[in-house]
Design a protein around this ligand. Structure first.
Ligand SMILES: [Zn+2]
Length: 370
């Protein structure tokens, strides 16, 4: 049985520690000590130096006990989104939420709490287990920087289990999109709008002509794109000299995303040319998508582990990115498990104790089946 009190206490302790992205120091020190107390060998890498953070990823290793020859990575991220300077958690009727002035930070401290509870249980009951690598990462929320910098090849795990998504325990993200985003700039030419507008090139007009030709919104079952922010102009009586747009696109199919980006650039380039304006963009691909084979070893293990403890195995597609994308792109077949975190990235964020317990049980079940 999971020690619910210990799990909740640990979660509440961590929630109190402010850990915005790149300022995870206090949180890193807390989990380092905790992993050491649980008998892991703990190091901190230099991921923080790659992104100007004040802490690195905390990595703990535990040698196998028993017959398993596999090595398994468990990971959750230490950073939380803002506002998180002062978090007061409230536990009421089995639900933990903030006092409404901040996020809760269950994204992703609930993941850390579940992994830690699994390790505590292994130690307490002297359970057999495969070789374990635990990574508590930094800077996930601002671009997966901790996972990117993590030298996972040094550890070479067979699979990765990331705990960083919503949905009840049993929900497993098995597919996530490729994504790209960045700024599009159209530069026209300023002129006095009343005296000599013909000498100007209105960047917004150029952009508008291009936008009517773009594919935006839901493009197909696997692909979306969006212009979310538009800024431009200097004064009402000046022909708008430039306009900037924040653009993003996602697709479960990497080739389709590449085609879409090429098409978008071509439309802007040609339209700008036609009007004598200039087009420039800083769109970059942020991370690779992934798709886990339904017949893969990792999925059969997760499915059996769900069945063994009577929870519904529920593989799903995700629309977003997580450290899971990075580990998959580094060649470690990895899935993201649901832990019931709800309304994340808002002040209404909450999590059910029951779901944290369920996720911890699932992790222990996975340990038995590896
Ligand atoms: Zn998260």
């Amino acid at each position: 049985m999971i020690n619910e009190q210990r799990l909740v206490d640990n979660f509440l302790n961590m929630v109190k520690i402010p850990s915005p992205s790149l300022k995870e120091r206090a949180m890193a020190d807390y989990v380092k000590l905790e992993l050491e107390n649980l008998g892991l060998e703990v190091t901190e890498d230099n991921a923080g130096q790659t992104c100007n953070g004040n802490a690195g990823n905390i990595i703990g290793t535990l040698k196998a006990k028993g017959s398993s020859t596999k090595k398994i990575l468990f990971s959750a991220h230490m950073d939380t989104v803002l506002p998180c300077d002062k978090i007061t958690a409230i536990l009421e009727n089995g639900i933990i939420k903030s006092d409404g002035t901040s996020v809760l930070g269950g994204d992703d401290k609930a993941g850390i709490a579940a992994i830690t509870e699994m390790l505590a249980k292994i130690k307490e009951d002297n359970l057999d287990h495969p070789e374990i690598v635990v990574v508590f990462s930094i800077a996930e929320e601002i671009g997966l920087f901790g996972a990117r910098a993590m030298e996972v090849e040094k550890y070479n795990p067979d699979f990765g289990i990331i705990i960083d998504t919503g949905g009840e325990p049993g929900v497993v993200t098995v597919q996530a999109p490729y994504a790209a985003k960045g700024k599009i700039t159209i530069t026209g030419k300023p002129a006095h709008a009343g005296l000599e507008p013909e000498k100007g090139i209105n960047a917004l007009v150029v952009a508008s002509h291009a936008i009517t030709k773009l594919r935006l919104g839901r493009i197909d079952e696997n692909t979306t794109s969006n212009i979310g922010v538009v800024t431009g102009g200097t004064a009402v009586n000046i022909v708008m000299p430039s306009v900037r747009m924040m653009y993003e696109a996602r697709s479960f199919d990497g080739a389709v995303l590449d085609e879409l980006l090429a098409e978008t650039r071509e439309i802007f380039t040609k339209t700008a040319e036609k009007f004598g304006a200039e087009f420039d963009d800083s769109i970059v691909k942020g991370y690779d998508g992934f798709k886990i084979d339904p017949n893969s070893e990792i999925l059969s293990i997760v499915e059996k582990s769900c069945n063994d403890i009577n929870i519904k195995f529920d593989p799903r597609k995700s629309g977003g990115g997580s450290d899971t994308n990075i580990y998959n792109s580094k060649g470690i077949p990895s899935v993201n498990l649901g832990i019931g975190m709800s309304k994340v990235h808002t002040k209404e964020e909450f999590i059910k104790v029951e779901d944290m317990v369920g996720c911890s049980r699932l992790l222990l079940s996975i340990i038995k089946n590896v």
